[in-house]
Design a protein around this ligand. Structure first.
Ligand code: 13P
Ligand code: SF4
Length: 298
């Protein structure tokens, strides 16, 4: 990959490249900003280039467009979508809103713009506990990820949680038995997991956190070996920051994140890619909970 040529194309297109830790290492290497969902949402909201090339899944591109509507947001692969982003129903939310008083609807950022528009506030895995704890409502409908919701609920026993039953197919396949056998195979290793993992897996972990929090933990920890309960794309940054440490990934790849390839990012810089577009009314409705997240996370 000719990095000078990429820089030239970025200047020519007035483009900035954002990438999530789960995309391929070669794609992360092309990016101006690499990070977790919260960091990328903040960067996208302030981006001053005409075009944002978002190397991630659809909800990330949608959030970037909603938060910075005057920019052109390009996704390298139109079909790269997070299956969990659709795992809640409008009728389900409406029913609970009608039945449960003093209820806040909290939406994980891994959700479609349509779902966000029905909610009071968005959260990501790195700010969910902080944001939900700051809400005055006693009752919380947490959509779509039940595992993250249950993780937050354990930290906030004063609130009552309801769920839509969604899950991440990458993290939820990991069972407690898998974690146990890896810990037996690597007795000196610490288990680091994402809160999208099942509660019984999180219970066995030395640390539970977002992708960037896992990376920071591994960098600071005195341990030399780690079992990794999150998407293996984070290995690129872990190996860059943690020379001499060993990582054993046990979570499968997110096939949607892996649809983003170097070639497709290059195509964006040559005038291709898929432009994220939504109706103004939908963007306005979904902007409210996203902006509230940015405010409450400060
Ligand atoms: P974070 O970026 O918040 O760690 O979330 C991971 C994820 O699953 C993104 O799809
Ligand atoms: Fe969605 Fe899970 Fe992939 Fe993240 S890892 S984009 S939550 S399917």
């Amino acid at each position: 990959m000719d990095m000078q040529e990429i820089e030239r194309l970025k200047r020519e297109q007035d483009a900035v490249i954002l990438a999530h830790y789960y995309v391929d290492a070669q794609v992360q290497a092309m990016a101006d900003y690499v990070g977790d969902s919260f960091y990328l949402a903040k960067v996208a909201s302030k981006a001053d280039k005409g075009t944002i090339v978002f190397c991630g899944v659809r909800f990330m591109g949608e959030s970037a467009k909603i938060l910075n509507p005057n920019r052109r947001v390009l996704l390298p692969d139109e079909s790269a979508d997070c299956p969990m982003a659709h795992m809640a129903q409008e009728a389900q939310i409406a029913k609970l809103k009608a039945e449960v008083p003093d209820l806040a609807v909290v939406c994980y950022i891994n959700s479609s713009a349509k779902l966000k528009a029905l909610c009071d506030v968005c959260v990501t895995s790195s700010n969910a506990v902080k944001i939900v704890s700051s809400l005055s409502e006693k009752n919380i409908l947490f959509i779509p990820d039940e595992n993250l919701g249950r993780y937050v609920s354990e930290k906030l026993p004063g609130k009552t949680f309801y769920y839509s039953g969604g899950y991440c197919p990458v993290h939820a396949v990991l069972l407690a038995g898998d974690a146990e056998s890896e810990l037996r195979a690597h007795p000196d290793a610490e288990l680091l997991v994402h809160p999208e993992c099942r509660a019984e897996v999180c219970a066995k972990a030395a640390f539970v956190g977002s992708t960037s929090e896992i990376i920071e933990y591994a960098q600071k920890s005195a341990s030399k070996e780690f079992i990794l309960g999150t998407e293996p794309g984070v290995l690129y940054e872990l190996q860059r920051r943690c020379a001499g440490k060993k990582f054993y990934p046990i979570t499968p790849e997110c096939l949607d994140m892996k649809k983003v390839t170097q070639e497709k990012v290059l195509a964006c810089l040559h005038g291709g890619g898929y432009e994220v577009k939504m109706e103004a009314a939908l963007m306005d409705a979904a902007r409210r909970p996203l902006e509230r997240m940015l405010e409450l996370a400060k």
